[in-house]
Design a protein around this ligand. Structure first.
Ligand code: DOR
Length: 453
């Protein structure tokens, strides 16, 4: 077994690498079968059922899945401003361990990502760290204050893949209309954090049976539904591309489904915690379960599963939202909402969608790799000859126990502590380079071995 450090040493020294016996799943090219991959200096030179060429380095995959590198369109990296909770270095390292090669970084930092310099800063910092590519989702309004639009074109040319005030909604419909109109000019994606604040303000959990039983202030599902409906209608009015972040409600799924059927350019996202948890978790009063939008009811969870089955939900994103122990160690009313997720996305998704619901692995790869690439337009999301390898290799059956203390993330606010999950990343290859490897055997040729002595 080779550690990430050793794997990188072998890999970078090898001119050629053979990834042997993997189950290649690439929805973009309709591939779902055994394939060998032959790489030269990180670039894919051959893809075939069996490749009998000598390589400097051979990695036996023994039937585990080899997919396009995963992309997560919704992460909070906290830098600049809250480096005690996460940094670009620690967050991207957590991403690599979770199988991600591309991360969309939300703008609710301090200061918010609302200018060219900050967009460039994020991209540069991630490149220096070398664990994953970061694509800023820049603020839609200056300071994320919901009033004045940002210089979107400038942000886009600096490298932003979308605009959003995520963390908060764009509260005023007229401002949102202008955001969408302006973004449309540049075919820039707009991501909505859909929340009608007049209805949700003061709530700490979903409004329903459990909030009543527990005596906690609720946020009604209607607060989300109304905001999704508003923004879908504004997307129709303006012709802009709208992506609905972290959908958690049954009606939210229905509104997006209907909008798609009517030809509105809208895409939908949900997060692993909405597929695996409900508001009943708050029975513990544990602040780790406070998140926005809040965990909903079983019927919402079922509707999200249906949305995944019929394609209404296009992608799964972690909404990785790190908070320090100190921030989370208060009564529910005072804690900031949010859960970390980068290192558990695959395990929770495979456990809840594939193992328990029988959803095909190819659909899951689409939700985690192909879909994000199509929506964000950030490249990758496919396995092609002549391109740099960008891969997530995972064992869908490997069982493991979640131990947040061992995470690369600087924060520990993980709701899945001690859960048994099936599905674990074995190797991440980003832009031709290994960024994470575990429990795989790297076999160097004699030549490479002597070269490295
Ligand atoms: O739970 C959440 N946490 N929801 C958000 O919208 C923001 C996020 C954060 O930044 O912590």
């Amino acid at each position: 077994m080779t550690t990430t450090h050793e794997a990188k040493r072998y890999w970078d020294a090898a001119e050629t690498v053979l990834l042997r016996g993997g189950h290649l799943i690439d929805p973009a090219s309709d591939l779902d079968e055994r394939r060998d991959l032959f790489l030269r200096r990180g670039r894919i030179e051959a893809i075939a059922p069996e490749i009998a060429r000598e390589a400097d380095l051979t990695v036996d995959l023994n039937g585990i899945v080899c997919a396009p590198g995963f992309g997560d369109l919704h992460v909070h990296l906290r830098e600049p401003g809250s480096e005690d909770a996460e940094t670009i270095e620690s967050g991207t390292r957590a991403g690599a361990i979770g199988g991600f090669t591309r991360l969309g970084a939300m703008p609710n930092t301090n200061p918010p990502i609302d200018g060219r310099g900050l967009v460039e800063f994020l991209i540069r910092r991630a490149a220096e760290a070398g664990h994953a590519r970061v694509f800023p989702v820049a603020a839609a309004t200056k300071g994320r204050d919901g009033c004045e639009l940002t210089e979107m074109r400038e942000l886009q040319t600096a490298g932003a893949v979308a605009v959003s005030d995520d963390g908060s909604p764009v509260a005023h419909a007229q401002v949102m209309r202008r955001v969408l109109e302006y973004a449309r000019t540049w075919d820039l994606l707009v991501i909505t954090h859909a929340e009608e604040l007049d209805l949700s303000r003061g709530g700490v959990m979903n409004e329903g049976y459990w909030s009543t039983v527990l005596g906690l202030r609720g946020m009604p599902a209607a607060a989300e539904d109304i905001a999704i409906a508003r923004d879908v209608r504004l997307a129709e009015l303006t012709g802009a591309r709208l992506h609905v972040a972290h959908i958690s409600t049954r009606r939210g799924v229905e509104i997006v489904r209907e909008a798609k059927a009517r030809g509105i350019k809208v895409t939908g996202e949900t997060a692993p915690h909405y597929l695996s948890l409900t508001d009943e978790s708050l029975i513990s009063y544990d602040p780790v379960f406070r998140v926005n939008p809040p965990l909903r009811e079983e019927e919402d969870r079922q509707a999200l599963l249906a949305g995944i089955r019929d394609g209404t939900i296009d992608i799964i994103a972690s909404d990785h939202a790190p908070h320090t122990q100190q921030a989370k160690d208060q009564e529910l009313e005072a804690v900031p909402p949010g859960m970390i997720g980068l290192e558990t996305v695959l395990g929770v998704t495979l456990e809840y969608l594939h193992h328990r619901e029988g959803i095909a692995l190819s659909r899951i790869v689409r939700l985690l790799a192909t879909g994000p690439a199509e929506i964000a337009g950030w490249g990758g999301g496919r396995i092609r000859l002549g391109e740099d390898a960008d891969l997530t290799i995972f064992d869908p059956a490997a069982a493991w126990t979640v131990d947040p203390e061992a995470f690369a993330s600087k924060s520990r606010n993980c709701p899945f502590r001690e859960w048994r999950l099936r599905g674990q990343v074995r190797m991440t290859v980003c832009g031709g380079h290994v960024t994470h490897a575990e429990k795989l055997t790297f076999s160097p040729s004699e030549r490479l071995q002597s070269q490295l002595l």
